[in-house]
Design a protein around this ligand. Structure first.
Ligand SMILES: N[C@@H](CCC(=O)N[C@@H](CS)C(=O)NCC(=O)O)C(=O)O
Length: 216
């Protein structure tokens, strides 16, 4: 397997975590977002959308981090990243999608570039935009945990799952952009529990094993 990724891409980090949790090795092919490699012909031949990650399974190329993680889950069921119970599965997917579909795309690099470029926004406005969508999403997610049926430090309960895989990179982004996080104690507890695990910390943008193979 080959994973096309960028060290600081949160969607890529999600897949790195899922691979690590399942103990799957994948060759990493760095695609430098700062150098614009995602928009070049070579990478567009891999993913015409020009976004990382993409996973070459040897048979096909998969795109979309959640779709890739669901594929991993179906092909490599242990350890499970989604609960068995249908309602708990839907709850977990809902939390993952809150982050991956309702927060993350609004703050993507191409969106920030569009705000700074064609829309002529200055840095304070861009940062306010960034913080706004994280704050709105994290408030809802923190409140959403009230209706959780599982217990344990992770969003997924006793074991980390798909929602935790989405949470940790998003909290990393929030810290990078200095978004206040004090109002989300349960999210921070889940983040701490995750980062105590090598599958999360060892695949982090600042993780040693990752930096050896990618460039800033
Ligand atoms: N829905 C996609 C989103 C992927 C995505 O937005 N990737 C970002 C990095 S986290 C990217 O490649 N951005 C490049 C750009 O904005 O030009 C997924 O979940 O994989």
């Amino acid at each position: 397997m080959k994973l096309y990724d960028y060290f600081r891409s949160s969607a890529s980090w999600r897949v790195r975590i899922a691979l690590a949790l399942k103990g799957i090795e994948a060759e990493r092919i760095p695609v430098s977002l700062v150098d614009g490699e995602q928009a070049g012909d070579a990478y567009r031949a891999v993913n015409p959308q020009g976004l990382v990650p993409a996973l070459d399974t040897g048979e096909t190329i998969l795109t979309g981090s959640l779709a890739i993680i669901e594929w991993l889950e179906e092909c490599y069921p242990e350890p499970p990243l989604l609960p068995r119970d249908p309602a708990a599965r839907a709850l977990a997917r809902g939390m993952a999608q809150l982050i991956a579909c309702d927060i993350h795309p609004l703050n993507n690099l191409r969106v920030l570039k569009y705000l700074r470029g064609p829309l002529g926004q200055e840095e304070p406005a861009v940062r306010a935009w960034y913080a706004h969508w994280i704050t709105e999403g994290f408030q809802a997610l923190e409140a959403r945990l009230d209706s959780r049926t599982t217990s344990g430090p992770f969003l997924g309960g006793a074991q980390p799952g798909m929602a935790d895989i989405c949470l940790v990179p998003q909290v990393y982004n929030a810290r990078r952009f200095e978004v206040p996080l004090d109002a989300y104690p349960r999210l921070l507890d889940a983040e701490s529990a995750c980062l105590a695990m090598p599958a999360f910390s060892g695949t982090a943008p600042q993780g040693r094993s990752h930096q050896q193979r990618t460039q800033q």
